[in-house]
Design a protein around this ligand. Structure first.
Ligand code: ADP
Length: 668
């Protein structure tokens, strides 16, 4: 019994102390007035709730959460473009165009978002004017004051976000000012100041387009809140709206690490959050706070953890949001990303708006095509492409090797990687557009060297890593050139595809057998690719005589087209020319050159249409050891953009018509 009695006493003292502590923390949390109001109300209602109830625990957790949010804690942006450029260059080789675009974006962003909202105060009463100017200046607005309508109109030569005007003034009154402003700059929000006697006119003013009114004598919280709402509701300029950066490109090409460098350059916190596989809108927007396990969404949670209201948040894998997403992912994300909506982002758990407009969002995606249009419209897409062999070698020796030597504690006697060793690692132990596996292989070698040093203390002198030692550490080669090492065959051609991991080569096989005029297509091909197989067959049938193929080749025959690596889904129209050449090779009974790779959409008349991903495809062809690449003439511009590095050691042929490919592909 005593035990229970004691606990009741505790209950009587404990909760009050706890609530008092929370009250003090709330005061110190620097919350916006509307949040403060909710927090205070919540405390009052908890004071009337029994401590043993679930509501009490839920309420306390909620208030703790509100207190821990960085409502007005921001890091100071210190954007100096020269040092930003230095930071971007510090850890990243090349990528000149990308760095340039990032710097431009940062400059605009900081100029636009760093601008304080401009407020014009119009009042003929000096005290009121001074009072308003003083209060609003403290809220981080630029405030200009005018003592009558005429003076105000002169000020309006430059742009204001909000005008707060007295209704009753000698000469031009508030109503006239409102009309003038609505005609001249309709986006500017107007707040009327009214005395008790003029409330009716203020309501009338709202009918005429005023945003709201505040009454004299001023309640400061009310003035602050109304002005804040007006600033938030003012439409933003178009260019600011579309200014979320989106990095696309294959893995391992530096998207994440450049994102981190941006945060460093701005002096902001960096947060990374993967959208891949998110299935429930609640993961973005949070759960309602009605049950004990409710949680805020991940955006709010990450901001809390970062402890700053303006971090750089990188939302990874935008294109991999779960297909079975409950709710509409693009509307949830628009609410997060759109500068007009995200000023008052509504997380279900938080239940009070949180201003996300200070956050800099960077999105990443491997393939931009998978992103819904409304989202794509808001993004400034920056394309990262794969690296050439030479670029990879420079990155390896300047960045990856030194970093791994540090990481694995080899700095006292750093091993020296010869160029040939690095080339060998790239060519024989990796096959990728980016450099993730390259870094892993170098890490593996450094780990093994570290182990040897520890095991054999007498070992001394710097170790020179030669190609032979690479093989010693990494075992026999992992990748062989399927192109060089395979034999030329009848009906088998080499194609180039573009996937989310960069470019790749595929082989298209064609065979024929007795049958009933059927075209059989296998190899996990999507609808578009199946249709291009049909089109390729029709092109060959309708041009049989000029191609030197018997016109009745399809009679009593089946033709089977197969693209191996069945586990990989393949789609898109760009294999048209490859399929056509595989049919021509089959029907002319002439082997196709394996070291000639091609890509291009084909029409029924044999015209070759342009394709995407030229750079990735050319890089993939080079990795695979291809000698000649056939590309559509209409891709000439992309080909001309390729650097000398990439064009070196490879022949590129541009064609308009499929007939031109025959001589390049077939062996006589
Ligand atoms: P992604 O996000 O595109 O998958 P990451 O940013 O994770 O790629 O990059 C993988 C690794 O490669 C990181 O260690 C990164 O520092 C390094 N890296 C990528 N590009 C470059 C570059 N141009 N110069 C130096 N290092 C790079």
């Amino acid at each position: 019994m005593k035990f229970f009695k004691k606990s009741e006493e505790d209950e009587e003292e404990g909760p009050d102390a706890k609530l008092e502590e929370l009250r003090q923390l709330i005061s110190a949390a620097d919350m916006p007035p509307e949040v403060r109001l909710i927090a205070d109300k919540e405390i009052e209602s908890l004071a009337r709730t029994g401590t043993a109830t679930a509501e009490y625990t839920i309420g306390i957790t909620y208030i703790d959460y509100l207190i821990s949010m960085p409502w007005s804690k921001k890091t100071e942006d210190n954007l100096d473009l020269v040092s930003a450029e230095k930071i971007l260059n510090e850890n990243h080789y090349g990528l000149h165009k990308i760095k340039e675009r990032i710097l431009e974006h940062l400059a605009v962003k900081v100029l636009v978002t760093g601008r304080k909202p401009r407020i014009l105060v119009i009042d003929d009463e000096e005290i009121a004017r001074k009072n308003l100017t003083h209060v609003l200046s403290k809220e981080d607005y630029t405030v200009i004051a005018a003592s009558n309508g005429e003076e105000a109109l002169k000020c309006l030569e430059s742009e204001f976000d909000v005008v707060i005007t007295d209704l009753k003034m000698p000469g031009m009154d508030g109503m006239d000012v409102l009309e003038k402003i609505k005609a001249k700059c309709p986006d500017t929000r107007v707040i009327m100041v009214t005395g008790y006697a003029t409330v009716q006119s203020a309501v009338e003013a709202m009918h005429k387009g005023a945003f709201n009114y505040v009454s004299k004598p001023f309640k400061l919280d009310e003035v602050r809140l109304t002005v804040k709402q007006a600033v938030e509701k003012k439409p933003q300029a178009k260019n600011v709206k579309s200014s979320v950066l989106c990095f696309t490109g294959p893995p391992g090409t530096g998207k994440t690490s450049l994102g981190m460098a941006i945060a460093k350059a701005l002096g902001r916190k960096f947060v990374r959050l993967s959208l891949g596989g998110i299935k429930d809108e609640a993961e973005i927007r949070g759960h309602r706070r009605t049950y004990a396990g409710a949680k805020p969404g991940r955006i709010i949670e990450e901001i809390r953890r970062a402890g700053s209201a303006n971090p750089v948040i990188m939302l990874d894998e935008l294109d991999k949001i779960g297909r079975d997403f409950k709710g509409d992912p693009s509307s949830a994300l628009l609410e997060v990303l759109d500068t007009e909506q995200n000023r008052s982002f509504a997380d279900h758990y938080l239940d009070v708006p949180f201003d996300l407009s200070n956050v800099m969002f960077i999105l990443t995606a491997n393939l931009i095509d998978n992103i819904q249009a409304p989202l794509r419209d808001r993004m400034e897409v920056i394309n990262f492409s794969g690296y050439s062999l030479e670029e990879k070698a420079v990155i390896a020796s300047r960045f990856l090797v030194p970093r791994q030597i540090q990481d694995k504690g080899l700095y006292e006697q750093p091993p020296v990687f010869t160029d040939n060793a690095i080339y060998k690692i790239i060519r024989e132990y990796t096959r990728e557009a980016g450099i993730r596996n390259l870094e892993r292989r170098i890490a593996a070698i450094c780990r093994k060297i570290a182990k040897e040093f520890v095991q054999d203390k007498d070992k001394s002198g710097p170790l020179v890593i030669t190609p032979d030692l690479v093989e010693h550490y990494l075992g026999s080669r992992k990748y062989r050139s399927e192109v060089i090492e395979g034999k030329d065959r009848i009906g088998v051609t080499t194609g180039l595809v573009w996937t989310e991991t960069g470019g790749d080569i595929i082989f298209v096989e064609a065979a024929r057998m007795k049958g009933k005029n059927e075209l059989i297509i296998t190899g996990s091909l999507g609808d578009v690719m199946r249709e291009s197989a049909q089109a390729a067959l029709s092109y060959v049938r309708s041009n049989a005589s000029s191609l030197g193929i018997p016109e009745d080749f399809f009679k009593d025959q089946d033709i089977h087209i197969h693209v191996p690596s069945g586990a990989i889904q393949k789609d898109g129209p760009s294999a048209g020319i490859t399929i056509a050449m595989s049919l021509v090779s089959l029907l002319k009974n002439s082997p196709a050159r394996r070291d000639v790779a091609m890509t291009g959409e084909i029409t029924l008349t044999g015209r070759v249409l342009p394709v995407g991903g030229v750079k990735e495809k050319v890089l993939a062809a080079k990795r695979a050891g291809v000698e000649t690449i056939i590309l559509p003439e209409k891709n000439r511009a992309e080909v001309e953009e390729l650097t000398d590095d990439i064009r070196k050691d490879i022949i590129i042929r541009l064609i308009d018509n499929a007939d031109e490919a025959v001589a390049l592909v077939l062996k006589e």
